[in-house]
Design a protein around this ligand. Structure first.
Ligand SMILES: [Fe+2]
Length: 344
């Protein structure tokens, strides 16, 4: 059962705010059964390809409307195409705060960016070429773009990057059109889904068919606009991050041997997050004039050489201090990335 999608209907030009608002309108018409069935099919990871925008002059316009660049009056050339859906984890739960990135070729098959060049002058000057969207609590995203053009070696396709909250790199996949690819003259294109070097390598037929979208005419539109729905189903579970913006915690110090006999240290194990800076205090009362961060070492027998440490990875962080804390407990303060200048 296909999800039923009632698309937003707005007159062009569409402002950014109205496009975002359209999302709420669009979300009412989906079929729950359709979603549950589709959620069982994990989205395969396929190559990012060479055209993710890495050029230095990425425009500020990175919103979810690729058809209109900034407030240009002239829109990108091509069939206006709406795509919406949800980002789901492997259990089918919507993921809030996922970054969805979309990039693809213009109507003529030219990308706006490449890894080696600046903006590609061959690309439609009115085409944004790249967009992004942060999902809301329902996991939903929405893009307005144009039908991707064809270029030699591939059939028609879109590139997607999905980054779940807390992840540091995007997972890439692609979607295509469930149709015979025709060039701008109506001739059958040399590369179809069946012999495309990305889609044809997805061996799981359910996964492959989930990548090839059925685009249908937007009801009531007189301009040839089309729409499709596509859920990205992550092959991993996801836990919403709850780490605070900064603060403190109290940690017991475990006595351990130091560099030499009789030179004991105290080991503190801290749940650390990358980019956060940690300091240790032994007697956390403001009445104590000696209030200052205690020096520590990152190894049990190494040099005590710092009073602040910025974690480079998430996970458990061990620090070793020499000063015994009042009642055996230390106060550990942490500050958000970039908030640590001027620290002792
Ligand atoms: Fe591509």
């Amino acid at each position: 059962m296909k999800p039923v999608f009632v698309p937003p209907r707005f007159h062009i030009p569409l402002s950014r705010r109205r496009l975002l608002r359209a999302l709420a309108v669009a979300s009412a018409g989906f079929s729950l059964r359709g979603y549950l069935a589709e959620a069982l099919t994990l989205s395969p990871t396929v190559t990012q390809g060479p055209y993710y925008p890495l050029a230095k002059n990425i425009p500020l316009d990175k919103d979810n409307d690729l058809v209109q660049l900034n407030d240009n009056l002239i829109l990108a050339a091509g069939v206006v195409t709406w795509i919406t859906g949800r980002v789901l984890d492997s259990s089918g739960n919507p993921v809030k705060g996922a970054l969805v990135e979309l990039w693809h070729a213009d109507r003529e098959g030219d990308y706006l960016y490449s890894t080696s060049a600046a903006r590609n002058s061959a690309c439609d000057a009115n085409f944004a070429g790249f967009g992004q969207y942060f999902t809301g609590a329902d996991g939903r995203y929405l893009f307005r773009t144009i039908k991707a053009g064809l270029y030699r070696g591939r059939t028609r396709h879109l590139h997607w990057g999905i980054t779940l909250p807390g992840e540091k790199t995007r997972t890439t996949t692609q979607t295509g059109w469930n149709e015979t690819a025709l060039d701008l003259n109506g001739a059958v294109w040399e590369t179809q889904n069946s012999n495309d070097n990305v889609f044809s390598t997805v061996s799981n037929s359910a996964q492959r068919s989930a990548m090839l979208l059925d685009f249908t005419a937007v009801a009531g539109a007189t301009t040839g606009e089309v729409e499709a729905t596509w859920d990205y189903v992550a092959g991993r579970t996801y836990t919403e991050p709850t780490y605070p913006n900064g603060g403190s915690l109290v940690v017991a110090g475990a006595p351990v041997d130091g560099p030499s006999s009789g030179n004991a240290r105290f080991k503190l194990t801290i749940p650390a997050y990358a980019g956060y800076s940690y300091e240790i205090y032994g007697n956390p009362t403001f009445a104590d004039l000696g209030w200052q961060a205690l020096p520590f070492s990152l190894t049990q027998t190494g040099t005590v050489d710092r009073s602040i440490h910025t974690a480079t990875a998430e996970g458990s962080l061990d620090v070793f201090v020499e000063q015994k804390a009042t009642k055996g407990f230390y106060a550990v303060t942490f500050r958000v990335p970039g908030a640590n200048t001027g620290s002792p």
